[in-house]
Design a protein. Structure first.
Length: 413
């Protein structure tokens, strides 16, 4: 075990996640399905229950439960502002990242015309692709693809200059691949885009559970994520740079607010879910140090990142030594999240996941994980896609050992 893993307060972390007490076939469950949705920290559950138990209410009422709802929303947005280095008025909630992106794309598309262009990425989850393709089809726009190198599993950023034209209206790209873990150089992309006055829409869903994300350091104009990926409830979050947000014309009801951020939050929001967001962020901060929440968050992420990467390195090294296993990952010098995609000779991806579940209590998933463009380019979609294992702050070295041992036994049977 590395020094990082020895110093990490894993016992105290695990105590905060009730789902870790679950067993399956007599074995404690190993949740390696975090990329599809993390387990929820108890403080977030408690906040959701407390909100509902104390009497929820809609906004703008002259009574306590309504005023409490408004405070809960404000507190959540303050915490998200600290999480991303943004302002609370730049933050909007929605059902999920996908739904928010469709709404934003439709609103931005009001100003786009036939012959305009957008750039999307071949490495991305389709939630940051299809909303833009849809509006492009509606407006008869041209779609240009930032290609992925299937050998290196990285974006060919050297081709971006040729893709940019005077008609480019937006670049949409993910911060980290939810399938293979590659972390993209968003700052470099944004610098080139902004030199041409082009906004950048960043899917940060897969990144936020694993490392600190600063909106301004990335140069993101739209930053989208989902709280259920970072230990909280199912809430979509959009962080939109104020200048762009003010110009945005979302489709909304006539009496609904026309000011930011409310104009994007159509209908009554999931107030009880919103109550659970700040505690999820405070869990990350609790692992760090500092006087201000922003400092604590960044410091907490450093602890999480070091711990998760130490486990991921052990897992990747073991899988690389198994002849029956094919790993799908970028080179060692390319930054990655602790997300490992692989396939096993002689096994269908679904059958392998089922056996790992039934025999070892290990929960992992298979498929294309909506990164279908990448899966198509790698030629694996027709045969089940990948098997994906993702680590979270509550996973242990012992769980990694159980996972490795399970794969060894199944590949030797």
């Amino acid at each position: 075990m590395t020094k990082t893993a020895e110093l990490y307060p894993i016992a105290a972390v695990r105590e905060q996640f009730p789902a870790l007490r679950r067993t399956h076939n007599g074995k404690s469950v190993v949740y390696f399905d975090g990329p599809g949705g993390s387990q929820v920290v108890k403080s977030s559950m408690d906040a959701i229950y407390a909100y509902m138990a104390n009497g929820g209410a809609n906004l703008h009422g002259s009574f306590p439960s309504s005023q409490e709802t408004e405070k809960i929303i404000a507190d959540a947005k303050d915490a998200i502002a600290a999480l991303f280095g943004a302002s609370p008025e730049e933050i909007a909630f929605g059902a999920n990242m996908t739904t928010l992106t469709f709404a934003i794309a439709r609103a931005l598309g009001r100003d786009w015309r036939e012959g305009d262009e957008i750039i999307v990425s071949e490495l991305d989850h389709r939630a940051n692709v299809d909303p833009w393709l849809t509006i492009a089809a509606d407006r008869n726009m041209t779609v240009r693809w930032l290609p992925v190198d299937p050998d290196t599993l990285t974006l060919r950023l050297e081709e971006l200059d040729d893709l940019l034209t005077p008609r480019t209206r937006l670049i949409a790209v993910g911060l980290a691949s939810n399938a293979v873990g590659t972390i993209n150089d968003i700052a470099a992309i944004s610098k080139k885009a902004h030199a041409h006055g082009i906004p950048v829409a960043v899917d940060a869903v897969h990144a936020v559970p694993h490392f600190a994300v600063d909106r301004d350091e990335l140069g993101a104009d739209l930053l989208l994520c989902s709280a259920y990926k970072f230990f909280g409830p199912h809430i979509g979050i959009a962080v939109i740079r104020q200048e762009l947000f003010e110009k945005l014309q979302p489709y909304k009801l006539q009496p609904a607010p026309s000011y930011i951020p409310d104009k994007l939050e159509t209908g009554t929001q999931n107030h009880e879910g919103i109550a659970g967001i700040r505690p999820a962020i405070e869990f990350i901060a609790s692992l760090g140090e500092g006087q201000e929440l922003t400092e604590q968050i960044r410091s907490g992420y450093e602890v999480i990142e070091a711990y998760e990467n130490s486990l991921a390195e052990k897992l990747r090294t073991a899988l690389a030594d198994m002849e029956a296993v094919t790993l799908y990952q970028a080179a060692p010098d390319v930054p990655k999240t602790p997300t490992i995609a692989f396939r096993v000779d002689g096994w269908s991806t679904q059958a392998f996941c089922e056996r790992m579940c039934e025999d070892y209590g290990i929960f992992i998933a298979d498929g294309d994980f909506y990164a279908m463009t990448l899966a198509d380019k790698l030629g694996i979609n027709e045969s089940g896609g990948w098997i994906r294992a993702g680590l979270a702050p509550y996973n242990t070295a012992e769980e990694v050992e159980r996972f490795i041992q399970g794969i060894r036994e199944l590949t030797q049977s």
